[in-house]
Design a protein around this ligand. Structure first.
Ligand code: SF4
Length: 221
């Protein structure tokens, strides 16, 4: 019989836990999408387009979804029929289009996004400190997948040209966002920011090193 003394490796159990959360999140996605009159894939496309004035190409949307281009095109066409996105021609390239969210699409997305699911409730049941720690762990995991090329660069502070980590002495607000020219704290780090602009790879690496170094110092004090 398996006991805690001969348990499976910690990283395996974490994956098991994340898989359980994944099930809850998928179920929440269905609820959100249903309230918005969409399916989860369409909802994810609207989420990716929200806040992007210049829209996204079909290739970028497919990368965000982790699906093939034909599959992304089917969902985009369905959203276009509902009037939730528009396709705009790309100057100088007759075959390319940019997909942009419409006001109706934004309203639909916001309706679904307002629904609180079981996973939301579970996250809110954690203490403030636990939530902040979880945020850092998620940022590290997402960044790892991003740099490994498994997922596209995400709109999070860690990859943003405006992010300057641990440049302020104030431990409650050590980071600087140059976009709004303001300091902010660990718990305010973004995973999805509409003002995000991707930093060049070398600069991203240097920022990440500074971020990691700041975290180590923070934990040592
Ligand atoms: S613009 Fe957004 S992603 Fe970039 S540093 Fe500021 S808050 Fe973070």
């Amino acid at each position: 019989m398996e006991t805690p003394l001969i348990a499976t490796p910690l990283h395996n159990r974490l994956r098991e836990g994340l898989a359980r959360m994944g099930v809850a999140l998928r179920s929440d996605d269905w609820l959100r999408a249903r309230d918005a009159g969409l399916n989860p894939t369409q909802m994810t496309i609207l989420e990716a387009l929200e806040g992007r004035e210049n829209g996204l190409s079909v290739t970028e949307i497919a990368l965000n979804l982790g699906v093939s281009q034909p599959s992304a095109t089917d969902s985009i066409n369905a959203l276009e029929r509902k009037g939730y996105v528009v396709k705009q021609p790309v100057p100088g390239d007759r075959r390319a289009v940019t997909v942009c969210i419409t006001d109706a699409g934004r309203q639909s997305f916001l309706t679904g996004d307002a629904v609180e699911g079981a996973a939301d409730q579970a996250i809110r049941a954690l203490s403030e400190a636990e939530q902040a720690d979880l945020l850092i762990s998620l940022i590290k995991m997402i960044r790892h997948m991003q740099e490994a090329g498994v997922i596209p660069v995400q709109r999070m502070c860690a990859s943003c040209r405006y992010f300057r980590p641990f440049v302020h002495a104030d431990k409650t607000r050590p980071h600087q966002c140059d976009f709004v020219n303001a300091s902010f704290g660990q718990r305010d780090l973004r995973i999805e920011c509409r003002e995000h602009e991707t930093a060049p790879p070398l600069s991203r690496a240097a920022t990440w090193e500074a971020f990691q170094g700041g975290l180590s110092t923070l934990h040592a004090t």
